[in-house]
Structures are given as structure tokens and as C-alpha cells.
Design a protein around this ligand. Structure first.
Ligand code: CMX
Length: 435
């Protein structure tokens, strides 16, 4: 059976031909008009990028290489004794468009475990960060520093032919993914005083090792949660802030480490990945204010107070989705199976019942339904990972799968520097004044 790199090498030539053929046939066709509001409105809905790994349908949600979340849950290999998909398989799927065998997935687990160590100076860099520095800032710092050993940067400096870019990009991507649990584990233990980081176990899968580094490796349900979590947070088509940032920065031929640290900084914003932290902060404040078994009326009042205070309801709404996020549903099903009586889960379920109607009544949000971040924190809290400030780091471990898969393909397909045109308000005004 081919390794991931061997399979990728086989797939690149026909994919290049396919892109060439699609461009020859459709290259000059138009998607329709661009309107001025899109320039002012965060480019919402503007067709602007090619991203092979996943596509987001407003009603149906994400498909990874054409497959929905329930489909990948069924199709991807599982760990012995586990029932959640292994994220190793999702990475294989994102890169190749193919479902790997159990053996190929085991090969990836072993390769990532073997590459997991980080340079001593990066360990020291993390250890020197004050615990008051947000875990996402520490994460991004450490990932930036990994560029010290970038195979791509080195090959570029030595004058590599552009046709060969994908090879060292692949190696850097594998290293990056492999090292993220070590970095994430070290940050967790430093910030929350959880003692020394254990060694990576070369026999264990990626999620099991991550759980172990965080101190939850003995808890089978938590390990299963990590497998599901890392799978569903990996990719969400190309235009979201983290995916797009990774692609944009990579287009300058910045190596995968510095491209991904830029993506992490975008993920660290409260309207994007930090929303998983915000949700838990919001729910705990709600519990403190109205108690743990609050009535629907009390919850509604709290939600309205949030809106009237000029704040968003974290975990609700989406720039593209118009229905409940299937990533929310997958986590809700996990909760129904493993923690149906958890008090905080009950509150999350109660909020799900009440918030959409309130957001509809408030009349602003285009999508009143919950997104992925509305559910992840309650699951982590249930197992004792209740340090909310850390939640986005786990999102960041997962999102690397999608961003690097795309960086590999961008370099393989010779994606150009990104450089859209910007306009001044004066220019817009002049352009349309006499029309
Ligand atoms: N609570 C209150 N108001 C909301 C809202 C929410 N959950 N979602 C949208 N709105 C408001 C917007 O703030 C905007 O108000 P203004 O016109 O005053 O600026 C208006 O509704 C229209 O926004 P929209 O077109 O529906 O949404 P956008 O595409 O602009 O933004 C998002 C999308 C996710 C940033 C927004 O829904 C939001 O802020 N949600 C809460 C934060 C969150 O959960 N983010 C995580 C998203 C998933 C992820 O990336 O991880």
C-alpha cells in the first residue's frame, strides 16, 4: 500500500491536467456581478478562492471531499475499541480525496508520533511565557519558531525548482501536525500547573497522545472525544478567517509554519475560533446569575440582556451556514451518548431551544442557529478540561489539518500570490457618480 506522500505524488500530475482542462474550458466565464456592498461587507458571498479540501453548503453544512460528517464517521478507520473516526484518516482524505485503509492510518499515527519532538529552544520559549499570556498567543509564538527547521525555507534558499515545492511543503506540514500536540500539551501544563509533560507513545494514535499530554489519556471517552473533535474542526472550506489566512500567507511562499501561525492568530479572534472560549464564559456567567436549573424565562431574559448590551450571543450565527451546524449536531450526539445528564449540557440544550427564536425576533442575524463553538466547551468541561482560555488551542490543533492539506496542493498546483484589488471610497464614488 502506498504511503500518503507516494499516493500524493501519483495524484499531482492528473490533478494538474484537470485544473488545466477546467481553466481552458471555463477560465473566461463569469460568476456574475460583484456589488459595491460586498467590498464594504467583508466580501460576504464573493466567489474568490479555490479550496479543494472541503465545501460548505449553507443548509447542509460541511462536506470533506464530498462527504458529510455522518458519512466520514461511518467510512473512516477507527481505533481498536473506538467508534469515532481517527483524524489521521480525515487528513488522508483531505489530501487525496480517498478513504485510507486502517493500515495507512496506522502508518500516519506512527509517523506523526515519531516526528512529535520540538527543538529545545521552542520548549524554553514556551516555558518562558508568563501564564498570563493567552494560550493562543503562546501557541502562535511556538509555531512561528518551528520555522527554524523548515524544509521548505531551506530548499527555497537553495534554489529549489518551483515544480518541486510540494515535497518540502509536505514534509513541513507533516512535522507541523506532528508537533502540535507536544506544543499544546506543554502550554496546557505550564499555564495550568499540571506538571511535567509525559513522553509521546509511539504505539498510540494522534488523539490518544494528545489526550495523554493533556493528562486525560486514561479516560477512554475523552480520547474518543478528541478523535471526533479533531476530525470535525479540521476544515470549513476556504474563506473562513483561519483557512484563508493560511492560504494567503502561504501564497507569498512563506513556509507552512509561519503560514499556520498567521492562521492561528486569526483563529484567536472572538468572532472565529475564540468563540468556543466565549461560549463557556457566557454560560458560566449565566449559571452564576440565574442558577443551574433556571427556567426558560430566566434564560430568555439573560439572552436578551446580552443582545441589549450590544454583544453577540457566542456560538450562534454564521457567515455562510443558514441551519444548525452539523458539527454542533455531531457533538450533541456525542453528549447524548456519553453525558446525557450533565447539567451544563442540559443548559446548552435549553439555550438551543430558546436562542434561535430570540435571534429571529431581534431580526439582525442572518442565521439564528448554533455553530460548532456552541457545543465543544461543555464536552471538554464535563471531563475536567474546564480551563476555558485553552479551548481555542484544541481548535488550532485540528485546523492545521485543513490548512496544511491546502498548502500542499497550492504548492503542487502552482497557486499564485494572492493580490486582490482594493478601492478607496472616493474611487467608488467617482466610478458610479455619473452612471
Ligand atoms: N448574536 C448577536 N448578533 C448577531 C449574532 C449573534 N450570534 N450573529 C450575527 N449577529 C448580528 C451581527 O453582529 C450583525 O450585526 P450588525 O449589523 O450590527 O453588525 C448582524 O447580525 C448581521 O450579521 P450576519 O450577516 O448574520 O453575520 P456575519 O456573517 O456578519 O457574522 C458571525 C458571522 C459568526 C461572526 C456572527 O454570527 C457572530 O458574531 N456570531 C457569534 C460569534 C461566533 O459564534 N463565532 C463563531 C463562528 C464559527 C467559527 O468561526 O468558529
Amino acid at each position: 500500500q502506498p504511503t500518503l506522500k507516494e499516493r500524493l505524488a501519483e495524484l499531482i500530475p492528473p490533478t494538474l491536467e484537470r485544473v488545466k482542462a477546467v481553466r481552458a474550458e471555463h477560465g473566461k466565464k463569469s460568476f456574475g456581478p460583484v456589488i459595491v456592498d460586498q467590498l464594504y461587507g467583508g466580501m460576504r458571498g464573493l466567489p474568490a478562492l479555490i479550496w479543494e479540501g472541503s465545501v460548505l453548503d449553507p443548509d447542509e453544512g460541511i462536506r470533506f471531499r464530498g462527504k458529510t460528517i455522518p458519512e466520514i464517521q461511518a467510512a473512516l478507520p477507527k481505533a481498536p475499541g473506538g467508534s469515532e473516526p481517527l483524524p489521521e484518516g480525515l487528513f488522508w482524505l483531505l489530501v487525496t480525496g480517498e478513504i485510507p485503509t486502517a493500515e495507512q492510518v496506522a502508518g500516519l499515527s506512527a509517523e506523526w508520533a515519531a516526528r512529535a519532538a520540538i527543538p529545545e529552544f521552542v520548549e524554553e520559549l514556551i516555558d518562558r511565557c508568563p501564564p498570563t499570556l493567552h494560550p493562543m498567543s503562546q501557541f502562535s509564538l511556538a509555531v512561528t519558531a518551528l520555522n527554524h527547521d523548515s524544509a521548505f525555507a531551506k530548499a527555497y534558499a537553495q534554489g529549489i525548482n518551483k515544480k518541486e515545492y510540494w515535497g518540502p511543503t509536505f514534509e513541513d506540514s507533516m512535522d507541523l501536525i506532528a508537533k502540535l500536540p507536544t506544543i499544546a500539551g506543554r502550554i496546557y501544563r505550564n499555564v495550568y500547573g499540571k506538571g511535567k509533560l509525559p513522553a509521546i507513545d509511539l504505539q498510540k494514535d494522534y488523539s490518544h497522545n494528545l489526550a495523554n499530554l493533556l493528562g486525560f489519556g486514561e479516560n477512554h471517552a475523552f480520547v474518543e472525544l478528541m478523535r471526533l473533535y479533531l476530525t470535525i474542526h479540521s476544515d470549513h472550506e476556504g474563506g473562513n478567517v483561519s483557512a484563508h489566512t493560511g492560504k494567503l500567507v502561504g501564497s507569498a511562499l512563506s513556509d507552512p509554519f509561519i503560514s499556520y501561525s498567521a492562521a492561528l492568530n486569526g483563529l484567536a479572534g472572538p468572532l472565529h475560533g475564540l468563540a468556543n472560549q466565549e461560549v463557556l464564559v457566557w454560560l458560566t456567567k449565566m449559571q452564576a446569575k440565574i442558577g443551574t436549573d433556571a427556567t426558560d424565562e430566566a434564560v430568555k431574559e439573560y439572552v436578551w440582556a446580552t443582545l441589549k448590551g450590544g454583544q453577540v450571543v457566542p456560538g450562534y450565527g454564521h457567515a455562510v451556514l443558514r441551519k444548525t451546524d452539523p458539527r454542533y449536531i455531531a457533538q450533541r450526539e456525542f453528549a447524548l451518548k456519553h453525558l446525557p445528564d450533565d447539567k451544563l449540557f442540559k443548559l446548552v440544550a435549553q439555550v438551543y431551544k430558546l436562542v434561535p427564536d430570540i435571534l429571529l425576533e431581534a431580526g439582525k442575524a442572518k442565521n439564528p442557529w448554533p455553530n460548532v463553538d456552541a457545543h465543544s466547551g461543555v464536552l471538554l468541561t464535563h471531563y475536567g478540561l474546564d480551563q476555558m482560555g485553552y479551548y481555542t488551542v484544541l481548535f488550532g490543533v485540528s485546523r492545521a489539518f485543513g490548512v496544511t492539506a491546502q498548502l500542499i496542493w497550492d504548492r503542487a498546483l502552482g497557486a499564485p500570490l494572492e493580490r486582490p484589488k482594493s478601492y478607496s471610497t472616493e474611487a467608488i464614488d467617482k466610478m458610479f457618480k455619473n452612471k
